[in-house]
Design a protein around this ligand. Sequence first.
Ligand code: CP3
Length: 343
Amino acid sequence: MNKIFVDACLGKETPYTPVWMMRQAGRYLPEYMATRAKAGDFLTLCHNPQMACEVTLQPVDIINVDAAILFSDILVVPNEMGMDLSFVKGEGPKFSHPIRSEADLERLIGGEEAANRLTYVYETIKLIKAKLSEDKALIGFTGSPWTLATYMIEGEGTKTYSICKKMIYSNPELLHKILAKVTEVVKLYMQKQIESGIDVVQIFDSWAAAIEPSKYDEFSWKYMVEIAEYLKEKYPQIPIIMFPKGVPAFLDKVYGNFDVFGVDWSTPMELAKEKLGDRYVLQGNMEPCRLYSKEATTEAVEDIQHVMQGKRHIFNLGHGILPDVLVENAKHFIQECHRVSKK
Ligand code: CP3
């Protein structure tokens, strides 16, 4: 059976424009909160294939998105490279021993050995694929090497990125070594996700905007392209979505062998279409806070549809859904995307 989402990623005509939401499996769903409570905490949930499968499928059943996204987190990769990870309530992720020197980097597990430690992710994918309806796609994902490195170097979320940006200007060799080691693991990790059954890959570069435009290719994009090209050579039929958040100044310079460009909410869809629409399918890009109002949601969906005209487009938010959005408003977004684009 054809998966509308996969067809749309490959630029084929579809009966309507498919839609999913970044962070669609999460705290705005009472069903998610119940499963997380059963698991005890977030990381235990990520490590338990049965429960991770359950929360992956919740948004498909409850709000009728066209694709499921694997429930996990980008930070399981550095965690399995040997970094001690915890999620502190109200503060987000923390690594107790950040990477600041060559010696720190050398202690990390690399390559195949690290990728092989992520067995619970591959198990989760197999369980999801056994249960997901055949017309829906499963998206696997990774953080970009740069976005992963920001957490590995800073040790936690940051507003300034000053420790990793200091490395850009004062020790770029070390930063490149860190990025290269992460890239090797991510390539094998995504290869194993594909072999376990995912239909589409998304690479999240959530903290792209921390890098000045003239340095963005050198410290982030080229590593994302390296991963995409490695996967495309082996699995040309698996679509790849690149999501660099907040880098409109880089639109003129985007290159690489991938299928879909994820447009964040700060980039006008018209601009993305003009610069990239001929070369890549575009995904996006409603401002996630519009979900607080049904009227504001309908207005944006109609505007985006007006620009894209149902061609070479996938509806999504321009970043993740927030935890206090009403489920019925999320449902309304999905319904509206389907309504305006039905042919
Ligand atoms: O539904 C989905 O999108 C799939 C699951 C998913 C999660 N994290 C679950 C999660 C995905 C794709 C991610 C990716 C992720 N994780 C990113 C990139 C995407 C983005 O939003 O830009 C980043 C930067 C992270 C790192 C991370 N994980 C942070 C900063 C936090 C804490 C902040 C927060 O939102 O609470 C997490 C925790 C996290 N990852 C939660 C979920 C559902 C919340 C945990 C909980 O309290 O249950």
